[in-house]
Ligand binder design. Structure first.
Ligand code: SF4
Ligand code: SF4
Length: 261
């Protein structure tokens, strides 16, 4: 599978951020090295998501295909090789100048450690969840991917569309040569309990922030927030029947705020 990272029309700095973000989501994606093709920055990738027609067979260890009726041993899950992004201490693997590079990413020397230690990351205590009903750090455990797949490709498109939901879902053709989808694959920059971003507050040696800038962008108009997001407005109580205008509850705003992304 080939994923599109971004356009070469963007600045080199912006592409570094987008590449670091995408290639950080290593839980169920194995990445190759970024490469250019025409005006695009691409990356070869293996998505470790099973086919939705693969079902357990009648005996332990057996499997069957619910689409074609084949029978056989249940194939082991694929995972690919380890792709460490956190190397210990201040050392990380991030994308720099379109290549995965080991860098020392430090906190600024004049940081206020007392303030930092006292600050609680609100996301670390949020009951938010991804579509597989796993709780916590939902924004760092799923992502949107753009897969290079030509319209009319009779092999690749059915393969993409038959993956197991919600691990790969919301599949939509956005262009003649690309399909967009949502995928669950946690980011390798999350700390061990999976609560905090280990790049947060760190800087690259050239002074740029280590954390990809798109991680700090809010979804447009708050759309696509995860259920349980700590930043979602509380549900608006319904007005009681017969209540006068002065006591009626205000109209509900942005009901799509609690949609699953
Ligand atoms: S905030 Fe950090 S952990 Fe979350 S997706 Fe971005 S880089 Fe990964
Ligand atoms: S869904 Fe909300 S609480 Fe959860 S990680 Fe995202 S922003 Fe934080």
């Amino acid at each position: 599978m080939v994923l599109r990272i971004g356009s070469l029309d963007e600045s080199a700095e912006s592409l570094d951020h987008e590449s670091t973000w995408l290639l950080g989501h290593t839980q169920y994606i194995s990445f190759g090295a970024p490469r250019t093709s025409g005006k695009d920055l691409l990356v070869d990738a293996v998505l470790h998501v099973r086919c939705r027609y693969l079902k357990a067979g009648d005996t332990p260890g057996a499997a069957r295909c619910a689409a074609h009726g084949f029978h056989g041993p249940l194939p082991p899950r694929t995972r690919g090789v380890e792709q460490p992004r956190r190397l210990g201490g201040d050392r990380f693997r991030v994308v720099s100048a379109q290549a995965m590079t080991e860098l020392e990413l430090k906190f600024p020397p004049r940081a206020l450690p007392v303030v930092e230690l006292d600050e609680e990351n609100p996301c670390s205590i949020a009951p938010c969840e991804t579509a597989d009903h796993k709780r916590g750090s939902a924004c760092c455990r799923d992502l949107q991917v753009e897969m290079m797949c030509r319209k009319g490709d009779e092999q690749l498109e059915p393969l993409i569309r038959s993956r197991q939901s919600p691990y790969l879902c919301k599949i939509a053709r956005e262009a003649d040569d690309a399909i967009e989808a949502e995928m669950i694959s946690a980011c390798g920059y999350l700390d061990e309990p999976g609560e905090n971003c280990t790049l947060h507050g760190r800087y690259r040696p050239d002074g740029r922030t280590a954390k990809p800038d798109l991680c700090s962008e809010w979804p447009p108009k708050g759309k696509g927030m995860h259920p349980g997001c700590i930043f979602a407005p509380p549900p608006v109580k319904k007005a009681k029947k017969g209540a006068s205008d002065s006591t009626a509850a205000p109209k509900a705003v942005q009901p799509d705020l609690v949609e699953s992304s």
